[in-house]
Design a protein around this ligand. Structure first.
Ligand code: ADP
Ligand code: ZN
Length: 751
């Protein structure tokens, strides 16, 4: 008997193997098979029977490790769809649906894991003695102060791998008794020690009841778009759906959230109702733990999977519903192959398995909005906040005034004023006096954006990526936020030898310091990637806010999502303009969503709330509509802007990115690809398909690789599939220069 086997490798074909007669009955589609491939043992998945091939002698399957298929026929079909739509080999799509532990032959790693953690000794050398202590060991000081800034503890792996410090620096610190390193058991399931709360027993509002009833009447495969303003109680609608599907009908469900670590409150609410029927799939799980949860879901011991995008592949049978919360979030799109969008996969899977989909958001993506308008999705609306809460009043603070910051030597008060306008400062001190909490958004981490020569204007950039280096204060370094390249801050301009290098712009660290100086008694928490290196750091900070131990929560866009703290009565946006001018067709949409989401954190309790947005572009439609809570006007204006030139959702798009180690080689490849495609389209015209470019990517270089791209626009999705597949399989990429081509369908960003 012959079987066709897909291997989890980037090869656009399956391979035929022979199976012994004795094992033939076990060689069904969806079973794993160990096969010889290029002189190695390779794990693959049987996808079907194969036709005999006359000429070559076939190799035999070495082993069939399973008694029943590990990939159901439904999931195989889903992989087929992904392979075709996103133009990837079937084996690469299969990697999404099987836990890593099942695709290697080694047994899954034990679920209990340890990691090494470096901690500062209690008796820290005071700042005065540090110059002496570290005089001969500046690297040790950098690491010491980094650990200090991370709260006195940091995983060794974070220091050596993410921050690239040499282990010998750590050894030096240990030898001098300044730090200790201990093994720590990583909790089996970090959600296990989060207390399960009492489920909230709210009577649904009229709007919630209407939405629940409409979803109840849905048919298999139906998609609902739940457009509910922030604080309108979308979670209750999801929970009622799951109650019916899981508890009453005995079926199963998936809940997707943008990022588990940022949404512990939402997860807690589901756990309060469904307890240990839930498997929380999060990135802190080891391969072994992930495998355990996977088995529990497949065997029906757990019926609900909650997780980020990859949870859409949970091996549940008898699926009744998929919820996609904050459906507009770009984190639902995977950044590497296969570049799938979990919202699209959810819809395809639900349709095939007869489940209902609910997409929820206060600011639906334009894609979903258009689908609701054309009747592909059913639109449900929660127009008001629940209970006594109303949407907060949003005020704009125009920052176009000439500022004191431009003076030659600004003093501390000028610096504060450059960051926090008078009305915002006043509002903050009022909240502090009243014992209420504030949230401040600055979507830029680090101490200052960049370092610029005061004489020639030259800006320090990364030697590997064409991106400005960000100044970090603890430890004092210039860091590239793309490749982690770090260097000591410069004192002299490398170009003109000018000395006047000053910092421009500002980041979260700088704002934290200014606030601490201005409000010495305030308890300030900062949340950005630098303070959340531990997997559970987010939840710890948010729990502190929830317990009322924080007066001001300052952070990047991380703090804009899903938080529900009734005592937060003020939200300030320090600079609404970050990102608004990026060369990307979604820049305005992202800015509008971020402002609306963060504004939605204010006034969720009876005390009401106020939002202050500082901006230098108060007339921009993204800012104006966010201020007015006016989603409809925003969508209308934004859709007009995407007509000419056409961008999604008015046209289908693929971003083809070329990269290589030389600039000329990369450009040549991109140019060759563009004319290859143009020639093809001349010979075989495709209705409504256009190729645009090539051009250098907005970020021209990342990690020492040059980048060019071209866009393929198409009015019909099927033409894009056909052309994409033909291109990816046939366009010849030279073996030299480490050239690479990636095909990104429905891209979320063009940077
Ligand atoms: P959204 O996700 O739409 O922003 P949430 O689902 O987080 O809103 O709900 C906001 C708050 O309102 C939560 O604290 C929730 O417990 C509460 N809530 C939800 N529904 C009701 C209701 N019908 N009556 C009173 N409070 C409610
Ligand atoms: Zn870099």
């Amino acid at each position: 008997m012959l079987v066709s086997v897909a291997l989890p490798l980037p090869l656009f074909r399956n391979f035929t193997y022979e199976v012994d007669a004795a094992a033939a009955a076990r060689a069904r589609p969806g079973m794993r098979a160990v096969v010889p491939f290029r002189n190695r043992r390779q794990m693959g998945v049987i996808v079907g029977a194969a036709e005999p091939v006359a000429t070559i002698k076939l190799k035999r399957v070495l082993e069939l490790p399973d008694d029943e298929p590990v990939v159901s026929s439904g999931m195989l079909a889903l992989c087929d769809w992904m392979a075709s739509y996103y133009v990837v080999p079937l084996g690469v799509a299969l990697r999404c649906v099987l836990p890593a532990a099942l695709l290697s032959h080694s047994a899954p790693a034990p679920a209990r894991l340890t990691r090494r953690v470096a901690s500062l000794r209690r008796d820290l050398p005071s700042l005065l003695h540090r110059d002496r202590i570290f005089a001969r060991a500046p690297q040790q000081r950098v690491v010491f102060e980094l650990i200090e800034s991370l709260g006195g503890r940091a995983p060794v792996e974070h220091l050596t791998e993410r921050m690239s410090f040499s282990p010998s620096v750590l050894r030096g610190l240990i030898a001098r008794g300044l730090i200790t390193v201990d093994a720590e058991v990583v909790s089996r399931d970090p959600f296990a020690w989060r207390a399960v709360q009492e489920p909230a027993a709210h009577e649904p509002s009229d709007a919630q009841r209407e939405a629940i009833e409409a979803i109840d009447g849905g048919r298999p495969g139906d998609v609902f778009l739940l457009h509910g303003v922030t604080g309108s109680g979308k979670t209750l609608v999801y929970i009622e759906l799951l109650r019916r599907v899981v508890l009453e009908e005995g079926r199963t469900a998936i809940v997707l959230v943008p990022e588990i670590a940022l949404t512990p409150q939402t997860v807690d609410r589901f756990r309060a109702v469904f307890g240990d029927r839930i498997a929380v799939l999060h990135s802190a799980l080891s391969d072994g733990e992930r495998h355990d949860e996977w088995l529990a879901l497949r065997d029906g011991r757990k019926q609900i999977a909650v997780g980020a995008r990859s949870a859409v592949f949970a091996p549940l049978r008898n699926l009744g519903a998929i919820v996609v919360d904050e459906e507009h979030e770009s984190s639902y799109k995977q950044g590497e192959s296969p570049r799938y969008h979990a919202r699209e996969v959810a819809i395809v899977r639900a349709r095939a398995e007869g489940a209902i989909v609910v997409l929820g958001s206060a600011t639906p993506s334009l894609e979903s909005w258009v689908n609701a308008r054309t009747g592909k999705y059913a639109l449900l609306t929660l127009p008001e906040r629940v209970g006594l809460a109303t949407l907060p009043k949003v005020e704009v603070i125009d920052r176009r005034e000439p500022r004191a910051m431009r003076r030659q030597s600004p003093d501390a008060a000028d610096w504060l004023r450059a960051v926090v306008s008078e009305p915002l400062e006043l509002a903050l001190s009022e909240r502090l006096r009243a014992g209420e909490q504030s949230i401040l958004l600055l979507n830029r981490r680090g101490y200052a954006s960049f370092i610029q020569c005061g004489e020639c204007g030259d800006v320090a950039t990364c030697p590997n990526c064409s991106i400005t280096l960000t100044y970090h204060r603890t430890p004092e370094r210039l860091v590239c936020h793309y490749c982690q390249h770090a260097e000591a801050p410069r004192t002299v301009c490398p170009r003109c030898r000018g000395v006047l290098l000053r910092q421009r712009g500002l980041g979260t660290q700088q704002v934290e310091r200014l606030l601490a100086d201005r409000f010495p008694s305030a308890r300030i928490a900062r949340m950005d990637v630098d303070t959340t290196s531990g997997k559970w750091a987010h939840a710890e900070i948010l729990d502190r806010v929830g317990r009322g131990e924080v007066d001001i929560l300052l952070g990047t866009q991380m703090i804009a999502k899903g938080l529900d703290f009734p005592n937060v009565t003020l939200v300030g946006v320090i600079d609404a303009d970050v990102g608004i001018n990026l060369p990307d067709f979604r820049a305005s949409e992202r800015c509008f969503q971020l402002l609306s989401q963060v504004a939605g954190r204010a006034g969720r309790g009876p005390k009401g709330g106020r939002v202050l947005i500082q901006t230098r572009v108060p007339d921009h439609h993204a800012v104006r509509c966010a201020v007015a809570h006016d989603y409809f006007t925003f969508v209308r204006q934004e859709l007009e802007g995407r007509e000419a030139p056409a961008y999604p959702p008015l046209v289908r798009l693929a971003n083809v990115v070329f990269s290589g180690t030389t600039e000329a080689g990369t450009e040549q490849l991109a140019t060759a690809a563009a004319s290859w495609l143009q020639t093809l389209l001349r010979k075989r015209p495709m209705d409504g398909v256009r190729v645009i470019g090539p051009a250098p990517c907005p970020v021209e270089r990342i990690k020492n690789r040059w980048r060019w791209h071209l866009l393929i626009k198409s009015e019909h999705p099927s033409e894009l599939t056909r052309l994409g597949r033909y291109f990816v399989e046939r366009f010849p990429v030279p073996k030299s220069g480490e050239l690479r081509v990636t095909f990104d369908r429905d891209p979320v960003a063009l940077l």
